[in-house]
Design a protein around this ligand. Structure first.
Ligand code: K1U
Ligand code: ZN
Length: 175
């Protein structure tokens, strides 16, 4: 199988603001997209990636939050993910985003979530996540709903980041 690195869209981009459509039936094309996204995520490097970040407006995300280089990787592909339970307890994490490089901010979210999704073989799966896994899966599901981590920030901070990203994109377009 040929795996392709896909370009990651940079904020602001209208495709990053869209609510994505369910995948439904898992086709070989979806399998190929998931493989491309995993390689793109590891190459970036990142711990998660959602399909709209590579310009595909479908409800698919990949993640691997194993940060210890000595530990075995755990690549995960979640199709049509749904949060079925969130803890009352909250956790704050300094988040980043591959679509908003070099900008980081503290975001508060439920500390633990249960997520139901379809796997690459079409079977239904459900698991509880905590720690970075919980933060990451919520960040990625937000992407599927057109929401970015900067949408949790005060408007002034969000505008500053957006202006800096517009400048970066203008510079990249000139280069
Ligand atoms: O969705 C994305 O843009 C990926 C993003 C996911 C994420 C990061 C932090 C908290 C929640 C969700 C990233 O992976 S940013 C890069 C990053 O966090 C990282 C990069 C290398 C090693 C470890 C982490
Ligand atoms: Zn992101």
């Amino acid at each position: 199988m040929i795996v392709m690195l896909r370009p990651i869209l940079l904020h602001p981009d209208p495709r990053l603001k869209k609510v994505c459509a369910p995948v439904g039936v898992v086709t070989p094309e979806i399998g190929a997209l998931a493989e491309d996204m995993l390689q793109t995520m590891y190459d970036a490097p990142g711990v998660g990636l959602a399909a709209p970040q590579v310009g595909v407006l479908s409800r698919l995300l990949v993640m691997d939050c194993v940060k210890d280089p000595e530990a075995a990787p755990r690549p995960m592909v979640l199709i049509d993910p749904e949060i079925t339970w969130s803890s009352e307890e909250r956790n704050t994490y300094e988040e980043g985003c591959l679509s908003i490089p070099e900008h980081y901010a503290e975001v508060e979210r439920p500390a633990r979530v249960r997520v139901r999704w379809t796997g690459l073989d079409g079977t239904g799966l459900e698991e509880e996540f905590d720690g970075l896994w919980a933060t990451c899966v919520q960040h990625e599901i937000d992407h599927l709903n057109g929401k970015l981590f900067i949408d949790y920030l005060r408007p002034l901070r969000r505008q500053m980041i957006t202006r800096k990203m517009e400048k970066l994109k203008r510079e990249l377009a000139r280069a």
